[in-house]
Design a protein around this ligand. Structure first.
Ligand code: ZN
Length: 80
């Protein structure tokens, strides 16, 4: 199984469906067995949903996760 570090390295691309089917399988296997990464993935998806459904990119004040920051930065880049 891949490590959390390897998971996080691909996580941003995974959220944006930019990974190959093989990598996706590895990541989903990790998600199914790692509670920490599953929580992170769920919260990131929720954050992205909130952000993409609202007209602004303002994050809720409580969100300060570096991974989410990275994902949000990518989203901002893609939108501009
Ligand atoms: Zn993990």
């Amino acid at each position: 199984m891949i490590t959390c570090e390897e998971f996080l390295a691909e996580f941003g691309d995974y959220l944006e469906n930019q990974v190959s089917p093989e990598v996706r399988k590895e990541l989903e296997l990790h998600l199914s067995q790692c509670h920490a990464c599953r929580v992170l993935c769920d919260s990131s998806r929720k954050t992205i949903k909130i952000v993409t459904e609202s007209s602004s990119f303002e994050l809720p004040g409580s969100v300060s996760d570096p991974i989410i920051d990275r994902v949000m930065a990518k989203l901002r880049t893609d939108r501009s």
